[in-house]
Design a protein around this ligand. Structure first.
Ligand SMILES: [Zn+2]
Length: 160
């Protein structure tokens, strides 16, 4: 498991590698000033019966979310599609319709491939730590603004 480790105050620390089968309680990470510091992880009851993370080992928060690694191209696709359709409708482009549709098709296929092959990670709402290369619990929800609101003020929030 690779952890994008944040401290309990929500400040980003470093990437650390943890053995999911016997996770270590103490990890060393170099901080922003270049000093090595120790961070304590509490793994007690952190995994469910199927070995999936259900609690943040950094801050003990039970509110976790799952998110894709890949950037979302959907907004870009919609803007591109509307733009191309408008250009086509008003005859402002000499590009043949097949070429316009071809460009759209390539972008849609690229998005689908990204969605299929990109991994997911588990994030913690409170401290912002992100857990990669670990099985995702089946009932874990995607990022939710309402839940994130609960932790607003405790730390600056981010989604990726
Ligand atoms: Zn946490």
């Amino acid at each position: 498991m690779k952890i994008d480790l944040h401290n309990s105050q929500g400040e980003r620390v470093a990437w650390v590698e943890v053995d999911a089968d016997s996770p270590q309680r103490v990890v060393q990470a170099v901080n922003a000033e270049g000093h090595e510091e120790e961070h304590y992880l509490e793994w007690e009851a952190a995994f469910d019966d199927e070995g999936r993370l259900r609690k943040c080992p950094v801050c003990q928060c039970n509110d976790l979310y799952t998110h894709r690694n890949a950037p979302q191209l959907l907004g870009f696709i919609i803007v591109l599609a509307v733009g191309l359709i408008c250009l086509g409708l008003w005859g402002l482009t000499d590009a043949p319709l097949a070429l316009v549709l071809g460009v759209l098709g390539v972008v849609v296929v690229a998005q689908l491939l990204l969605m299929v092959f990109s991994g997911r990670f588990i994030g913690c709402y409170r401290c912002g730590s992100k857990f990669h290369n670990t099985p995702i619990p089946r009932r874990l929800n995607a990022w939710d603004t309402l839940t994130a609101e609960k932790y607003r003020g405790e730390r600056p929030l981010e989604t990726s």
